[in-house]
Design a binder for this molecule. Structure first.
Ligand SMILES: *Cc1c(COP(=O)(O)O)cnc(C)c1O
Length: 358
């Protein structure tokens, strides 16, 4: 069976070597030495001092909204994982969806201003599949209308835009290190903030809002365990190889798939990419379903990322219309991509797809 992704696992002895420290110190969680080590490495990799490693990539979205004092309308993308919308709703805010563009499936920055009302406080958008949003245009709009910008950079670890990690843009950026992501710590995430006071707030949020016996703020529990940090340290050591292999697989797909019948998102910006996903858009949902079934019949599990379009979620009070997102989400499929996928498997996947779409 080939799944859409297969999490990288280090050699078991390498992991055991790392977790020996936990037995030596008897320090299992609460921002221990392994977490501190991992956080330092992550900061160096991303190029920021203001980063916190956390237990997942959803709590950090909630912390970001809370820290920035967002309680009303948030302009967001309909094309992302459901966690993006859910965190807005969970914080009691109202998501307002602006449609995506047709080239990279990120929010169409030219539509943002038309969605601004007297209640708009923030823009929370995803760099979907790791391709950057139009960060310059978004920053200019935010400045003009005094809005906060939060980037859900869950797909963007390892992506650089204009020589800087994408995680350094916006007022805050969040990331997920879930097992399905390019870099993972089993479960995990991080948040960056470009302001000292905000960073201090987030730091306190992560540990219930207190330091020892001093209670400063209403916090939550976003702490990751030493076991997760140990996995992160092992995966970090392999990250270069992981991305190199994913690049090789992606290039092989590029060379073999019939692009007369399908297309893939193209970033208009020059970036250093992380090869997080390999999404393809078919001519119709019917063809997509045929391809998905054809692959499944051969034990190959592609996934419908991202479907449904988030503006159509059943629990939303008000439904915005987003034509591009609704169309693309019905026709897009992510093909298997991992650091374990073999050349022969890529060949098989391409052969099956090309035969069905002919
Ligand atoms: C994976 C993902 C998340 C959630 O991250 P978790 O670590 O699983 O909580 C949030 N946003 C996007 C876009 C994601 O892909």
């Amino acid at each position: 069976m080939i799944h859409v992704t297969k999490s990288y696992l280090p050699d078991i002895d390498t992991y055991i070597e790392k977790i020996k420290l936990i037995w030596e110190n008897h320090w299992l969680t609460n921002n221990g030495p392994l977490l501190t080590q991992l956080e330092a490495k992550l900061k160096r990799y991303v190029g920021t001092e203001h980063m916190l490693y956390t237990n997942n990539g959803t709590i950090v979205l909630q912390m970001a909204l809370k820290a920035l004092g967002i309680t009303k309308e948030v302009i967001t993308t309909p094309f992302s994982y459901v966690a993006t919308t859910n965190s807005i709703l969970w914080e009691g805010c109202t998501p307002v969806f602006a449609d995506i563009n047709e080239y990279d499936f990120n929010i169409d920055a030219d539509l943002i201003e038309s969605k601004i009302t007297g209640n708009t406080q923030a823009i929370l958008v995803t760099h979907v599949f790791g391709n950057p949003c139009d960060v310059e245009k978004i920053e200019a709009i935010a400045k003009k209308h005094s809005l906060k910008v939060i980037y859900d950079a869950a797909h963007a670890f390892g992506v650089e835009y204009k020589g800087k990690s994408l995680l350094t843009y916006g007022d805050m950026s969040t990331c997920s290190f879930h097992a399905t992501k390019v870099f993972h710590t089993i479960e995990g995430g991080c948040i960056t903030a470009n302001d000292n006071d905000l960073f201090r707030k987030l730091y306190l949020y992560r540990q219930f809002g207190h330091e020892g016996d001093d209670y400063y703020d209403i916090g939550i529990n976003a702490k990751a365990s030493e076991f997760h940090a140990a996995m992160g340290l092992c995966v970090m050591d392999a990250l270069g190889d992981i991305i190199r292999h994913r690049k090789k697989v992606s290039i092989s797909y590029d060379g073999q798939l019939n692009f007369n019948k399908i297309r893939k998102p193209i970033s208009p910006f020059e970036i250093t990419y992380n090869y997080a996903y390999y999404p393809v858009v078919f001519e119709s949902e019917e063809i997509l379903l045929n391809v998905k079934a054809g692959l499944e019949a051969n034990g190959i599990m592609a996934r419908r990322y991202f479907y449904p379009s988030l503006n159509t979620l059943p629990f939303l009070e008000k439904k915005d219309v987003c034509v591009n997102s609704e169309l693309i989400s019905k026709k897009i499929l992510c093909l298997p991509l991992s650091s374990y996928l073999q050349d022969s498997e890529v060949d098989t996947i391409c052969r099956i797809i090309n035969t069905i779409i002919e």
